[in-house]
Design a protein around this ligand. Sequence first.
Ligand code: YH5
Length: 279
Amino acid sequence: MIVDCAGKPLDLTRPQVMGILNVTPDSFSDGGQFIAPDAALKQAQKMVADGAAIIDVGGESTRPGAAIVSVEEEIARVVPVIEAIQSEIDIPISIDTSKPDVMRAAVNAGAGLINDVQALRVEGALQAAAELDVPVCLMHAQGTPDNMQDNPNYDAVVAEVSQFLYERVSVCEQAGISRDKLIVDPGFGFGKRASHNLRLMKHLDLLVKQGLPVLIGVSRKSMIGKLLNVSVDERLAASLALSALAVWQGAKIIRSHDVRETVQAIMMTQHVIQVTDID
Ligand code: YH5
């Protein structure tokens, strides 16, 4: 299955890596400055060389307690970066945003996929995505970044996340976004306790079975920190283990900070999946 991302093909016949390109000031150590477009291009080119199939550009911090970013500021962060990289690299660019105006500006600048952690629930986002006519990743989140970790609560986390996502799929279809443009994501860490994240990973095959391509983001996330007591820069091995488990169960896109290592982990997993049992 090949997905068209505003003219750039995304091959989902095999698992792929989405490289994370943060353009938030708090993810860079240059004291409040946005990432310069030429520095962003260098990073994107390295991710392509390392085997990324998509570059995910994000200008809105979704971390709990992070400052709320205005639409204008978010556009000012992401558009120059998308413009700088879109003509120079062949692979699709996704825009990690929940704001309809940012979606429009980003797609006009060359982004070919919308990655929305609010699954198009923000007012106007559904219509914007339908008009822009690019593929969309719908992610599950319980609550908002500000309150989501306060008291995450589920009766049956796997069933509830799956039900939520497919309700959003149905809403998208009613708004004119065809099913073959949709990707779903259980949203690891977004309003979930470590035990919820573990159950979602253990039973990811149930979400995969629902039919649409599954994307997962576990890279360096705090569930790893909580369970293993490791700091954010010591979470690569655990991130790779989770990535392999997800691909083993049929996940098609792994969102990662560490493209080279993640490509190796998922390619190795794919070799095991594909080996024939006949000599
Ligand atoms: C995701 O899962 N996540 S932004 C806290 C961390 C590390 C990483 C150190 N956007 C996802 O990456 N989009 C984000 O602790 C996403 N799926 C999709 N589709 C959060 C993030 C992170 C947060």
